[in-house]
Design a protein around this ligand. Structure first.
Ligand SMILES: C[S@@+](CC[C@H](N)C(=O)[O-])C[C@H]1O[C@@H](n2cnc3c(N)ncnc32)[C@H](O)[C@@H]1O
Length: 417
């Protein structure tokens, strides 16, 4: 959005009109637009208002009811940090004794809002004039917060933020996009390469070297070998989805190396579980892996995605006294039922080689008519497998396809709990 549209939308009369609109509904948007134009409102403004109304419906997932005081862009909403995670980031800065955070690439201001709410002063900066204008609107009621349009590379951080140790820190959430490339829905394509971040990974590390106390939000695909020495890389999941990896430097580091945090329970009242390897440096070591099909135990465990991405499957093998079904498979087999709050567990009912004829026989004898298929590390099309098995039975089976000691197998399982 250009700064002029942002200014037009924040005019008191346009703002009041936006606040008066009903919850966005695709079916009635056309009629609403016609009525607003018939009431004498400028067609360009009406289009911008309806876009905002639509984006607020989408942004509610990220920002909660704060969205009703915000102006948004499609990319801004998509890239913004989910409020519950922004709060976690802010809490870490506050707990480290930080007083001021430079939010270098603040976007619509999702993280900046949470930092301010945690009692921190915020210097929010964004290179894009339209985005900075929207951030200024979104952060207008945030305490001790300033917004400006500037490029990180044009700031003299040392001069402005002071020397390391002045209780000033930085937060970076680089745009993970490839400008100019759009997907089939016309949205800018997401990129997971460290080379195509903006600000760049090099710039992020430069800020870390300059200020010392820095957090940077990166993709959950952040490569393990890029974790800077002495820093903590923490992978997070929310609602079962791995959303980010944040690298923490300096006083913001709690456990150097790779850690994970997992949100469980309802979005607003659930709890965060932290997962890390208690053996310190051992996290880099190999995870015990099944070397023979005989090692398949009665229980199968599937760690949360953040734990998987963090490469902490070894914590699970230790907790349950088991082995990974194959290197990198992400399923752990063990002899006992042990409740691990960040892993799903299944009782293994039977195991079969992944071969059509014996599987057809199994499906027929076991009266299987429907298959719920979970799989990892086995390049097979689930629909094709269902077709090949010619299922005619009456019951539903849950199966896991995974390599086991070098061979792809089908495990019939029963989810626990
Ligand atoms: C992923 S968004 C930030 C989202 C934000 N943390 C939130 O939760 O709403 C990244 C932002 O960085 C800005 N940006 C990219 N390169 C920049 C640079 N070199 N200097 C300053 N801002 C930059 C982009 O304009 C974009 O708005």
């Amino acid at each position: 959005m250009d700064p002029q549209t942002a200014a037009a939308l924040s005019e008191p009369s346009a703002w009041a009109l936006l606040q008066s609109l009903p919850e966005y509904d695709e079916g009635s948007a056309l009629v609403l637009g016609t009525r607003l134009r018939a009431d004498g409102h400028d067609p360009t403004l009406v289009a911008a208002l309806l876009t905002q109304s639509r984006l607020r419906a989408r942004g509610r997932v990220k920002f909660g009811d704060r969205v009703d005081r915000m102006l948004l862009t499609p990319d801004g909403v998509e890239q913004a940090t989910r409020w519950q995670l922004a709060q976690r980031h802010a809490a870490r800065f506050a707990a480290a004794g930080v007083e001021t955070v430079w939010d270098l690439g603040c976007g619509l201001g999702g993280d900046a809002l949470a930092l301010s709410a945690a009692g921190l002063a915020v210097e929010a900066v964004d290179a894009d004039p339209g985005t900075a204008a929207l951030a200024a609107v979104n952060l207008r009621d945030a305490a001790a917060t300033r917004v400006r349009c500037a490029r990180l590379e044009d700031l003299d951080l040392r001069a402005e933020a002071g020397a390391p140790g002045t209780r000033t820190a930085a937060w970076l959430d680089p745009a993970r996009r490839t400008p100019g490339q759009t997907d089939h829905r016309g949205r800018t394509r997401r990129t997971f390469s460290l080379d195509s971040l903006s600000p760049t990974w090099e710039q992020v590390q430069g800020v870390a070297a300059e200020l010392g106390t820095v957090g940077a939000k990166l993709s959950p695909g952040f490569p393990h070998d890029a974790v800077p020495a002495g820093a903590e890389a923490q992978w997070s999941s929310f609602g079962g989805e791995a959303l980010e990896c944040v690298v923490w430097w300096g006083d913001l580091t709690r456990h150097p190396g790779r850690t994970a945090q997992v949100h469980t329970g309802p979005a607003d009242s659930g709890q965060w579980l932290e997962v890390r390897d208690e053996d310190g440096d051992d996290w880099a070591g190999p995870v015990p892996t099944a070397t023979s099909p005989d090692e398949l135990g009665e229980w199968l465990y599937e760690p949360d995605r953040a734990v998987l991405q963090a490469g902490l499957t070894g914590v699970l093998t230790r907790l349950v006294g088991g082995t990974e079904t194959a290197q990198g498979a992400g399923y752990v087999t063990g002899p006992r039922e042990i409740e691990v709050p960040w892993a799903r567990r299944f009782r293994v009912l039977s195991v079969h080689p992944l071969s059509t004829k014996p599987l057809r026989r199994w499906a027929r004898e076991a009266d299987v008519g429907r298959l719920t298929i979970k799989k990892r590390g086995v390049p097979i099309d689930p629909d094709r497998l269902r077709r090949d098995l010619r299922l005619t039975g009456t019951r539903e089976a849950v199966v896991v396809l995974t390599p086991l000691a070098g061979r792809p197998v089908l495990l019939e399982v029963e989810p626990a709990g």
